[in-house]
Design a protein around this ligand. Structure first.
Ligand SMILES: NC(=O)c1ccc[n+]([C@@H]2O[C@H](COP(=O)([O-])OP(=O)(O)OC[C@H]3O[C@@H](n4cnc5c(N)ncnc54)[C@H](OP(=O)(O)O)[C@@H]3O)[C@@H](O)[C@H]2O)c1
Length: 336
């Protein structure tokens, strides 16, 4: 192991050092990161959910600077239009399209998919970024707990629906934004909709992020099994100074304020996974600061390969649609 990887690994063990701005700055210096060259994404189309704020907004900016055409997906037409206008003003041309969809409502996601499939000739990158913490338990019109619907089932329908376009484009990449908070939560597969016990928004969020990350592994495995060249990875952004963090975890936000990453720093690995040639063939990983990271920190929170297959089935069941990639190769998994 080289000295840089050793230092990176030590930083990762500290959690706080790794998740804050310290981790970002140290690793940027250690590994001499570049930003994507202007124009390097020209001719490519990137879809971003939740581009109106925080990390999604920073991702939109960086990818627009690299020349990408953007499909901005969000639930408020007004907020999306404001972002599009800002991007047009910043980048001097209109290659930004808005599509309204609430990621927690399956009909809304399906309508967005239908529009995109009908009107877009290509899709190179899909950034599954939209996310939220809900203060109280509520169910969506589909009867799914809202956190699970917004960050797990809705994105599943989006990825599944857009898969034909992504695969037709060739070499396409899906990037899911998860959270380091998932490290401290188990995922009770018998209670995915959080019907048991007192509801906690942050716990529901961490469970949904664990489910989202596990599903990305499962997508990657099943896509590889059918010979698809579509790659899927999860990343977590550490702790970043965004409106979402400030609103939903105000005490934590105040405590960590000076060492939080900027939105652009938090979004750096999203941009790297979307643009860097070296990230092209990677699939089924979890990344922080441009490097693969472990899926688990504590044995008790670990989801086995069988758990991940079961999770897939439970999510498919909630979509009310047929399984898009029935499992035919689970005997090849090994014990992991
Ligand atoms: N900030 C951090 O430290 C941190 C750490 C770990 C993970 N993350 C993850 O990073 C992602 C971005 O978070 P952020 O911190 O940038 O939060 P943010 O500032 O609150 O932005 C969240 C974005 O998601 C959109 N969104 C929320 N619910 C939606 C729905 N039902 N349908 C469509 N769009 C929806 C919001 O759109 P509206 O304008 O409509 O509200 C907004 O654009 C999330 O997945 C979050 O869990 C963030």
């Amino acid at each position: 192991m080289d000295i840089r990887s050793l230092l990176d690994g030590l930083l990762e063990l500290t959690f706080v050092g790794s998740f804050t701005r310290v981790g970002f700055v140290v690793r940027r210096i250690l590994f001499g990161w570049n930003t994507p060259a202007d124009g390097s994404m020209t001719g490519k189309t990137v879809l971003i959910t939740g581009p109106t704020s925080g990390l999604g907004r920073a991702t939109a900016d960086a990818l627009a600077s690299a020349g990408a055409r953007l499909i901005l997906v969000g639930r408020s037409e007004e907020r999306l239009a404001r972002v599009r206008d800002e991007l047009v003003a910043e980048h001097g041309e209109d290659r930004f399209r808005i599509v309204v969809a609430d990621m927690g409502l399956l009909d809304s996601v399906r309508a967005a998919v239908a529009t995109i499939l009908e009107e877009e000739p290509r899709l190179d990158v899909l950034v599954d970024n939209a996310g939220a913490i809900f203060p109280d338990r509520r169910e969506t019109a589909d009867g799914i707990e809202a956190t699970l619907a917004t960050m797990v089932v809705g994105p599943f329908v989006l990825i599944d629906g857009l898969r034909p376009l992504l695969e037709r484009t060739g070499g396409a990449r899906v990037i899911a934004i998860t959270s380091g908070g998932m490290y401290w939560q188990t995922l009770p597969l018998d209670d995915l909709d959080y019907e048991e016990g007192p509801f906690s928004g942050p716990r529901a969020y961490a469970r949904a992020k664990r489910a989202q990350t596990a599903l990305m592994r499962e997508w990657a495995r099943r896509l590889a099994a059918v010979g698809s060249d579509l790659t899927i990875n999860a990343m977590h952004p550490g702790w970043s100074d965004t409106p979402g963090l400030a609103e939903t975890l105000p005490a934590f936000y105040r405590l960590m304020g000076p060492v939080l990453r900027s939105p652009a720093e938090g979004a750096d690995t999203i941009v790297w996974l979307a643009t860097d040639p070296r990230a092209g063939g990677l699939s089924g990983g979890l990344f922080l600061d441009r490097r693969p990271r472990p899926f688990d920190r504590a044995p008790l929170t670990r989801l086995s390969a069988a758990d991940r297959r079961r999770l897939w089935d439970l999510v498919v069941e909630r979509t009310g649609a047929a399984d898009p990639l029935p499992d035919r190769v689970h005997q090849l998994d090994g014990p992991g």
